[in-house]
Design a protein around this ligand. Sequence first.
Ligand SMILES: Nc1nc2c(ncn2[C@@H]2O[C@H](COP(=O)(O)OP(=O)(O)OP(=O)(O)O)[C@@H](O)[C@H]2O)c(=O)[nH]1
Ligand SMILES: [Mg+2]
Ligand SMILES: [Zn+2]
Length: 293
Amino acid sequence: MTEKREGIIIKGYGGFYFVQGEEAIYTCSLRGRLRKSSKGVLVGDRVLLTVLEEEKGVVEEVFPRTSQLLRPKVANVDTALVVFAAADPEPDWFLVDRLLILIQLAGIEPAICCNKIDLLPKEACDGLEPYKKAGFTVFKASAKEKIGREELIDFLTDRVTVLAGQSGVGKSSILNMLLPSWQLLTGDISQKLGRGKHTTRYSELLALPKGGWVVDSPGFSLLDLPEDLTQKQLMLCYPEMKRAEPCRFDGCLHHKEPDCGVKELLESKEFDLGRYERYIAFLTELQDREEKY
Ligand SMILES: Nc1nc2c(ncn2[C@@H]2O[C@H](COP(=O)(O)OP(=O)(O)OP(=O)(O)O)[C@@H](O)[C@H]2O)c(=O)[nH]1
Ligand SMILES: [Mg+2]
Ligand SMILES: [Zn+2]
């Protein structure tokens, strides 16, 4: 008799998928039709498998996803925690903002964590302020000095969260701070290039002791805006804009429109100028794309 089990994909590499079932972790291959499917099989996917001998199996079916993130590639997360470092590597704000856009478009709750706060004097760690003012959930941490541990554990418990961000910002180190027994591999920053060395190679889903899951994912430095992103959708990814009177209801893109309420928000510093300038750069990119077609 062939036994069927349900489980969740916790890792995939070398053509194998590791599925956490109720009693065991099964090492699985994919049924042929799944290998050909464009949907793919992602970490976080809930699946049905056939048990072969011992703890081996074949993934038969992928259940419908509640969410799907393109970068990092992961399914069924509720939350994505964008991690950047106060220093080493220097924050890449374009990457942070692009990630926030991608996350919100996928219907996933965004949050942001500034790690390595031990590297800067306290008063210089102000990179999070614009995001806090915008209304995002923000955290400060130092994996090295074990700062921010309790707040992060409270936030992450009972949800499924992927940590996302540049290589070397300390995603794996933060997770090791939360639970040292995970012993995730961490790597030095290249002194010559001032960036991480892509230490984490595969996404991995890890169970939190009091409920919930976190995904450690490989860092990246390049990220494009999605091909089908519209200017309106982009604008809606900025919670700051929602406070812009009087243009709230008239479809204002807050660029060069006269009487645009964003000007006031910028003057009062409620809306960070850097964030706004990056928004204009993204908007211009989308307008250029539209002109091309
Ligand atoms: N000073 C300081 N260094 C840290 C902190 N967190 C991590 N690091 C160091 O930063 C380097 C990179 O850490 P990782 O945890 O490997 O970074 P990552 O984001 O997982 O990188 P990838 O796996 O390549 O995406 C390591 O040398 C860590 O020891 C911190 O809070 N303070
Ligand atoms: Mg890592
Ligand atoms: Zn406006």
